[in-house]
Ligand binder design. Structure first.
Ligand code: PGA
Length: 346
C-alpha cells in the first residue's frame, strides 16, 4: 500500500490566493446584510411611520393612533362639551406634525368633553393616522355635491369620511364673507350641511354677526337668517349631528372676546330660536359652541355659562393652550385636573 499522496488538485486562483478570497467573501457578506438591514428598517418605517405621503393616503393598515387618556368628567352637564380646534390655512407638514406630537403628549381629556381638530385638507391623512384617538379629526369645509364628480378643486364630504374624518365645519364667517372670492350664501351653507350629514359627517355650523350688526342691535336677526335655511331642510335625526358654533365675527382672530354674559345671552336666544323654529327637544339637545378669541385664559368663565356647551378655537388651537380650553370646563376643586388648569400649558 502506497502512502497517501497529498492532493495535487489545483485549487485555482481563488483558493490559491486565500488572502484575496476571504476579504472579498466577507465584504460581500457584509454588503448583503447591510442592504437587508436597510430594507427591513424601511419596511418597518413604512408600516409604522406617520408619513402617509410615502405610501398613499388611503393605506392606513398597520398604523395605530395612540389612545390618549380619559380623565374623570368635570361637573356633569346637560350636554357633553364640544371643543373644536380650527387650524384654518396654517402650518407646514412638519409644523403640524409637531402639533400632533404636542397634543398626543398632553394630559387626559375629561370624559364629558368631546374634542375635534379640523386641519387643512392636505394634512388630514397625517392627523388621521397619528393623532390620539380621543381627538376626532375634521375638515373645515366640504362640497355641496352628494359625492364625487367633475368639481375641480373641491373636496367632497366623501373624501373626508374616506380619510376617517367624522366632523366638518360649515359656514365659517371667513367662507361666508369670501376672502377675495364670492362668499357662501346662507342657502349654500345649509345645503352643504345636509350633504355632509347625508354622507355620514357631523357638522359644526358656524353663525355670527359682524361688528356693525351687533352695534345696531340685529345680532339675533342675523343668526336667525343663517339658521333658517337649515331648519327647513334638516330632519330631527339630522339635528343630532349638528352643533351650532356661535362666532361673533368681530371677535374672531381679533383678541376681542364677547363677555361671558354677552355670549350667554346670545346662546340663550339661539336656543330659544331653535326651540320655536325646530323643536324644544332639538333645542335642549343641540350643543352651542362659542368661538372668537377663546383661549385658556377666558375659557373657564365662558364654559361656566349654562348655554355655552363648548368652543370653536382658532389661534389657540395651534398651541398647547388648546388643552387649557379643554380642561376649562366646570370642575370641582377636587377634580384631578382642576389644579392643572392654566399650569404648564400657557
Ligand atoms: P380665533 O378663531 O379663536 O382665532 O378667534 C376662531 C374661529 O375662527 O373659529
Amino acid at each position: 500500500m502506497g502512502q497517501r499522496q497529498p492532493s495535487t488538485i489545483d485549487a485555482g486562483p481563488f483558493l490559491k490566493g486565500s488572502l484575496s478570497f476571504f476579504p472579498l467573501f466577507f465584504l460581500f457578506l457584509f454588503l448583503f446584510f447591510f442592504v437587508f438591514l436597510v430594507h427591513v428598517v424601511s419596511v418597518v418605517l413604512h408600516l409604522t411611520g406617520p408619513n402617509l405621503y410615502a405610501r398613499g393616503f388611503k393605506d392606513t393598515e398597520g398604523i395605530k393612533r395612540p389612545a390618549g387618556s380619559a380623565g374623570p368628567p368635570g361637573i356633569p352637564a346637560e350636554r357633553k362639551y364640544l371643543i373644536g380646534g380650527n387650524w384654518k390655512c396654517n402650518g407646514t407638514y412638519g409644523e403640524n406634525m409637531d402639533r400632533v406630537t404636542m397634543f398626543n403628549d398632553a394630559g387626559p381629556i375629561p370624559a364629558n368633553v368631546e374634542v375635534v381638530l379640523c386641519c387643512p385638507d392636505v394634512h388630514l391623512p397625517l392627523l388621521g393616522s397619528s393623532l390620539r384617538t380621543d381627538i376626532a379629526v375634521g375638515g373645515q369645509n366640504c362640497g355641496v355635491g352628494a359625492g364625487f364628480g367633475a368639481y375641480t378643486g373641491e373636496t367632497s364630504s366623501l373624501h373626508l369620511t374616506d380619510l376617517g374624518c367624522t366632523w366638518v365645519i360649515i359656514g365659517h364667517s371667513e367662507r361666508r364673507d369670501g376672502f377675495g372670492m364670492a362668499g357662501e350664501t346662507v342657502e349654500l351653507c345649509a345645503a352643504k350641511t345636509k350633504a355632509a350629514i347625508d354622507n355620514g359627517l357631523s357638522v359644526m355650523f358656524a353663525i355670527g354677526e359682524h361688528k356693525e350688526e351687533r352695534e345696531s342691535g340685529v345680532t339675533m336677526d342675523v343668526c336667525a337668517k343663517q339658521l333658517a335655511p337649515l331648519a327647513k331642510i334638516l330632519t330631527a335625526e339630522d339635528w343630532a349631528k349638528v352643533a351650532i358654533a356661535y362666532e361673533p365675527v368681530w371677535a374672531i382672530g381679533t383678541g376681542l372676546t364677547a363677555t361671558p354674559a354677552m355670549a350667554q345671552e346670545t346662546h340663550k336666544d339661539i336656543r330659544e330660536w331653535v326651540s320655536a323654529n325646530v323643536s324644544p327637544d332639538v333645542a335642549a339637545a343641540v350643543r352651542i359652541q362659542y368661538g372668537g378669541s377663546m383661549k385658556g385664559a377666558n375659557a373657564i368663565e365662558l364654559l361656566a355659562q349654562p348655554d355655552i356647551d363648548g368652543g370653536l378655537i382658532g389661534g389657540a388651537s395651534l398651541k398647547a393652550d388648546f388643552f387649557n380650553v379643554i380642561t376649562g370646563i366646570p370642575m370641582l376643586e377636587s377634580h384631578p385636573l382642576a389644579n392643572k388648569k392654566l399650569r404648564g400649558w400657557l
